[in-house]
Design a protein. Sequence first.
Length: 319
Amino acid sequence: MRLIIDTDTAGDDCFSILLALRNPAVKLEAITICNGNVDFAQQIENALYTLEIAGAGGRVPVHPGCPLPMIRKPVDATEFFGADGMSDANYPKAAQRPDPKHAVDAIIDLVMSHPGEIDILAQAPLTNIAAAWVKEPRIATATRHLWVMGGMDNSIGNTTPASEFNFYVDPEAAKIVAKAGFNLTLSTWTLTLKSGTLPDEVLAEIAAMDTPLARFFMRISEAPFERTRIRYGRPLSTHPDSLTCALAIDESLILDSADCLLDVETQGELTRGYSSLCVPNQGLDAIADPLWPSGKPNCRVVREADTARFGAMLVDALR
Ligand code: BDR
Ligand code: CA
């Protein structure tokens, strides 16, 4: 498969890039950087460093994109990932430098020059994808598949009770993308907690592996382990982005999914970025929405994935 990864590179974003790089079935065409987890320039460096440590320095272009959400003030997750997004490892700069082409143009050019061939993995706030669609709406049907990590599925969020981080940071962009007409699969925070959290024995296996990538994994997981210990009572190895990448690489990891009407709340005070998901014929037939007269499902939400096979893929990528 041919893949673009749109990322706010910090923590698990890096593992997702590693999964794609280390899988021979994936041709990683470009990495595009969006506002989100940490300082924008630092996210670019984190992507470049991840390529370098994986031995792929100079092989995949890294395109900086939108440094700010559409209309909101930026929100970061430095409290979760450390100031540098890498548990304050403060890695040196990689030799590769960012590509001067803007991420929005890189996405449009790649997708429009290979219609029906490119998958996009959106593992950050959706500003770049929404801006690309506004500039060239034909990308919605020319993209083979858009895989979005974002939102929750009728459960509590990780940023507010109502919201997951990527949708919270840029809800307007998330709303645009939801309604743009992509062939869209949604991998939510709810799914991360259910199927994308590594069991202790897999974590122990990685901790015991003496490879540069396994050491990289353990080092940049330090801050998230500490934050989840405080939040959930024990350290959790949560992998929202790399689970989504694994699903894109191998759809057979999806054990349960449903076609839904997805919309995103942009008006509410307490509900900013809330992902409204409605499965037709399960209580609510269609949302009474004048902007959405068809009432046809616009996304497939993943409800369960194969945690054991996902863990095995991650372990393989770190060898
Ligand atoms: C998402 O938010 C970010 O902090 C992570 O990188 C992931 O993409 C999880 O809610
Ligand atoms: Ca991310």
